[in-house]
Design a protein around this ligand. Structure first.
Ligand SMILES: [Zn+2]
Length: 65
């Protein structure tokens, strides 16, 4: 497969499952006061096609078709 990777500054997870595990861990860390982040959901990135965590309640806008 061609390397379509584009620069993305966020941590990316290869699968939704991996991202959800990381999300749960982030929430646990936050509840313990070890993390100032507030991620609440995961989404598939249209740029790097990996999964990211986000604090935004809504999905990012879809790119134009
Ligand atoms: Zn990305």
């Amino acid at each position: 497969m061609a390397d379509r990777f584009k620069r993305c500054t966020k941590i990316g997870y290869r699968t939704e499952r991996d991202a959800r595990v990381a999300l749960v861990e982030a929430i646990i860390a936050k509840n313990r006061g070890r993390n100032q982040r507030k991620e609440r959901r995961v989404y598939e990135c249209p740029i790097c096609h990996r999964w990211h965590l986000t604090s935004q309640p809504l999905p990012p806008p879809s790119p134009p078709a």
